[in-house]
Design a protein around this ligand. Structure first.
Ligand SMILES: Cc1cc2nc3c(=O)[nH]c(=O)nc-3n(C[C@H](O)[C@H](O)[C@H](O)COP(=O)(O)OP(=O)(O)OC[C@H]3O[C@@H](n4cnc5c(N)ncnc54)[C@H](O)[C@@H]3O)c2cc1C
Length: 384
């Protein structure tokens, strides 16, 4: 029997997969990073990196990456609901287009020695001697390879998991879907440096200007409402109008993309020689804009386990990943579940908004939770 071809195969080159590949390549492992799309690509995302994500990049030795790409510092959060509004100061955060950010992270992984294969779809299959097998497909070409450890960071879409694996995705009943588009030019009263968040009965719309000056729109809606409204552009126009925000007629002609149901959980987030990272392990709808941060933190937290698993894999590694994931990511997601609950109750959201409009300091614990993770609190094994 041949030994596995790679030390690690990472499926999906979003923030979680690319950072994990970069870190493991820095440890001189033979890393294959497989991505089904061709970069740069646009993606439905609010494009805001929170303090948690920025600190994770700092810990990875990529502290200046986003600012170097022209990331726009975020100073304010503007909330609107039923004509009522509030403006709050943000402690930190940067907006950056996913096209540029994801490509730069992939570049960092390659610079560290990872081999990147774009335009290739991967599926994790059975364990093999000392590793796990992965099927690859690019156009009409199919082949298989193997890695001592496989990291699955394929996001919300195609899971990349063979049906025989004992990992199940549970989608929360009534989970909202995501939708988004980008608009060039100087549209409406949407200043740079501010996250503009319009909240409606059936969803919310976030707008931010990124480093190109484009306005990025990312929204979460009840699926039935998008259908009833006649599409995401109309659903979004309704939310902006209800919130008292400027209309965006150019959104009508923009190229929209949608996501599958957002709130979900994969259990367990591991199997023999396989760990799930980022959205692939579980996600909660995006009001607080933390998903990239969760993915980046998860990537850092997985590295020591992948290193340990190179010599000898044991069930203890799988259990440790479930524990780490619940402690680092699950605990942060609980706050988002709470917010998602409040946002579906217009009376409660209106009262909360009125409170923070009057006493902005009331939002401080929320910002502290979002931005407050220090490297020590992340308690990850330090970079040697
Ligand atoms: C409306 C909305 C707004 C959001 N706003 C924010 C925000 O402001 N800030 C924030 O931090 N987060 C935000 N998020 C969340 C954020 O987009 C995700 O959490 C983040 O992209 C997760 O990163 P990831 O690496 O896990 O997955 P992804 O970024 O989804 O990357 C997965 C990659 O895997 C590839 N792939 C999929 N299947 C395969 C396969 N079988 N083989 C090979 N490759 C494959 C995909 O093409 C993709 O490139 C938002 C999400 C939504 C829906």
């Amino acid at each position: 029997m041949n030994p596995p071809e790679w030390d690690v195969i990472v499926l999906g080159a979003g923030p979680a997969g690319a950072l994990a590949a970069q870190q493991l390549a820095r440890h001189r492992l033979r890393v294959l990073l497989v991505e089904k799309r061709t970069f740069p690509r646009w993606k439905v995302c609010g494009s805001c990196l929170s303090g948690v994500g920025l600190r994770a990049l700092e810990q990875a030795g990529l502290g200046g990456l986003v600012a170097g790409l022209g990331g726009v510092p975020l100073a304010r959060l503007r909330l609107g609901l039923g004509g009522q509004g509030a403006e709050l100061g943000l402690p930190m955060g940067l907006s950056i287009s996913r096209a540029r950010f994801d490509q730069a992270l992939c570049g960092a992984a390659q610079a560290a020695g990872a081999v990147l294969r774009m335009d290739t779809e991967a599926t994790v299959t059975a364990p093999c001697t000392g590793g796990r097998q992965v099927l690859l497909r690019s156009g009409d070409h199919h082949w298989s390879t193997s890695g001592r450890v496989v990291l699955l960071a394929t996001g919300l879409g195609s899971p990349g998991l063979d049906q025989s694996l004992p990992i199940r995705t549970r989608i929360r009943p009534g989970a909202r879907i995501g939708a988004g588009c980008r608009m060039a030019g100087d549209s409406g009263g949407y200043a740079a440096g501010t996250i503009h968040m319009a909240i409606g009965r059936h969803g919310y719309v976030g707008l931010v200007r990124n480093e190109t000056g484009d306005l990025n729109l990312a929204a979460a809606f009840d699926r039935a409402h998008v259908i009833a409204a006649g599409g995401p552009a109309a659903a979004s126009a309704g939310v902006l109008a209800d919130a008292g925000f400027d209309p965006l007629p150019e959104a009508e002609a923009a190229c929209w993309r949608a996501t599958p149901a957002l709130t979900r959980r994969c259990t367990p987030p591991s199997a023999e020689r396989l760990l799930l990272l980022g959205d692939a392990a579980g996600y909660v709808e995006p009001f607080t804009g933390e998903g990239m941060g969760w993915g980046l933190v998860g990537a850092l937290a997985a590295v020591p386990l992948v290193l340990r698993g190179q010599e000898d894999w044991s069930v203890a590694i799988e259990r440790e990943w479930s524990r780490r994931h619940a402690r680092l990511i699950g605990s942060r997601q609980r706050l988002c579940h709470g917010l998602a609950f409040a946002l579906r109750r217009p009376g409660l959201s209106r009262r909360l908004l009125a409170l923070v409009a009057r006493w902005p300091a009331l939002a401080a614990p929320l910002f502290h939770q979002l931005e407050g993770a220090t490297l020590e609190q992340l308690s990850l094994d330090p970079w040697p």
